[in-house]
Design a protein around this ligand. Structure first.
Ligand code: NAD
Length: 453
């Protein structure tokens, strides 16, 4: 059996050896989930809700353990990791409210009664990337379980530790065996088998657009349900009528949070010409005081990148661009990279078009609102975006005009578990979170009952 060595990205020290599941092992996990589905779907709604609330309570009891595990495995700052552990608990608790509220409808028809049912799909395969191992797992498995499905979950090769622990905690909380099974291993083996195995009725994939397209093609063979959460190249548009101090203070967090390894990272900054110089001076101060440090320290705002290969890929973008200024990063072991601001030669430069997925911000200027919207939309992606302005009309106009699933005004916050999240264009298909996510894990059945006159 192949084993992968998991490194702490802040120290490069090995912290675990995790066996990679082979195809027979994946098939066994899927079979176990298919068997468990027959009884899990039959659990009374109130009981399913109670088990999920218990799961949320067990997750709550293990918040610090999960957070520190993520600091060690993914190099996330302890502040972020605590938020992430809290998010997975909250998502489970939120969807624990769903089983008793999985309503159908009664639709008036002649000659009888027509009612609809929301029925679970069966086994759901959730494929998770390395950048937010806990939240993204929870966004898939929690609504799926609430609707009566069972789940097989594949964490990313580099970051399996929190998912494996969450799988153990699920059993401890009383989820029956086979209801939530974590299957570590390679994408081309485990993830691919979720796509090809006929017992898996839906795939939830979060990751790169390129891999997502292949998964979509694979799902077509069985007309398999699919949710895709893919890449982003999100615009932060700062107008001259913005509160500049606030916009400059917020910009580094909007792009460098999680070392820029965030599909919602505001990695394109569009600044109106009349305030460009003033804004850039304030931005430089903000970037230079952005704290890149040991992710376990309370003051760290940014930790390392996930791996040496990824650091090389990020560095290649910077080498090809015009660096305006950088922040600082620790020396020594660890996959460190400083926050970096680039002024691209044009809006067709690679750093302005491609998702770098690192702490790199590309800044351009614009003259008019129309031009800002045109530049913001000149991308294959459409995940998120921000608008900084004190003009309410403009805020609403631009929010509606930017083709992206999640827009923030005078803020970069994109994720709340009770609001919908997902992408336009090549950033994805379907929505996660929010009040409607459970419906995406059901089939709607229509039943007509003829009645005699
Ligand atoms: P990736 O596409 O390389 O891998 C994602 C997951 O898919 C991993 O678990 C991987 O093992 C698996 N995988 C790889 N090849 C596969 C295959 N052929 N079949 C099935 N599964 C396969 O992405 P990554 O590098 O782990 O993550 C970074 C990407 O994720 C970025 O593009 C980022 O924007 C995106 N992302 C999107 C969102 C969102 O919600 N839109 C959130 C986080 C990350």
């Amino acid at each position: 059996m192949t084993v992968s060595t998991i490194l702490n990205p802040a120290t490069e020290v090995p912290i675990a050896e995790i066996p990679a599941t082979d195809e027979a092992g994946v098939d066994a996990a899927i079979q176990k989930a298919a068997t468990a589905f027959e009884s899990w779907r039959a659990v009374a709604p109130g009981d399913r809700a109670r088990i999920m609330r218990r799961f949320a309570a067990v997750l709550d009891d293990h918040q610090e353990e999960l957070a520190w595990l993520e600091v060690a495995n993914a190099g996330h700052t302890i502040g972020n990791a605590r938020w992430e552990a809290g998010n997975v608990r909250d998502v489970v608790e939120y969807y624990a409210g769903a089983p008793e509220r999985l309503f159908g409808r009664q639709i008036p028809v002649p000659g009888g009664v027509d009612i609809t049912f929301r029925e679970p799909l069966g086994v759901v395969g959730v494929i998770v990337p390395w950048n937010f191992p806990m939240p993204i797992a929870g966004w898939g498995f929690a609504p799926a379980l609430a609707a009566g499905n069972t789940v097989v979950l594949k964490p990313a090769e580099l970051t399996p530790l929190t998912a494996l622990r969450i799988g153990e905690l699920a059993l401890e909380a009383g989820l029956p065996e086979g209801v939530l099974t974590v299957v570590p291993g390679k994408g081309s083996v485990v993830g691919q088998r979720f796509v090809t195995h006929p017992a898996v009725r839906k795939v939830v994939f979060t990751g790169s657009t390129e891999v997502g397209k292949g998964i979509m093609r694979g799902c077509a063979d069985q007309v398999k349900n699919l949710t895709l959460e893919l890449g982003g190249k999100n615009a932060n548009i700062v107008f001259a009528d913005a509160d500049l101090e606030k916009a400059a203070a917020a910009a580094p967090g909007g792009v460098f949070d999680n070392s820029g390894q965030d599909c919602c990272s505001r990695s394109r900054l569009l600044v109106q010409s009349s305030i460009y110089d003033d804004f850039m001076a304030q931005l430089e101060d903000a970037v230079q005081s952005f704290t890149v440090a040991d992710p376990g320290s309370d003051s760290a705002e940014m930790g390392p990148l996930i791996s040496s290969d990824h650091r090389d890929a990020v560095a290649a973008y910077v080498a090809a661009g015009e660096v305006a200024f950088t922040g600082s990063a620790p020396d020594g072991p660890g996959f460190w990279f400083p926050p970096t601001v680039i002024t691209p030669s044009s809006i067709s430069a690679r750093d302005f078009r491609e998702e770098i997925f690192g702490p790199v911000l590309s800044v351009v200027r614009f003259e008019t609102e129309e031009e800002a919207v045109r530049i913001a939309n000149d991308t294959a992606y459409g995940l998120s975006g921000s608008v900084f302005t004190e003009n309410l009309d403009r805020a609403m106009r631009v929010s509606r005009a930017v083709e992206a699933g999640n827009i923030s005004v005078n803020s970069h916050a994109s994720v709340r578990y009770w609001t919908p999240f997902g992408g336009y264009k090549q950033s994805g298909l379907g929505r996660e979170l929010g009040p409607d996510a459970v419906a995406a894990f059901t089939e709607e059945k229509n039943v007509f009952l003829a009645t005699s006159e």
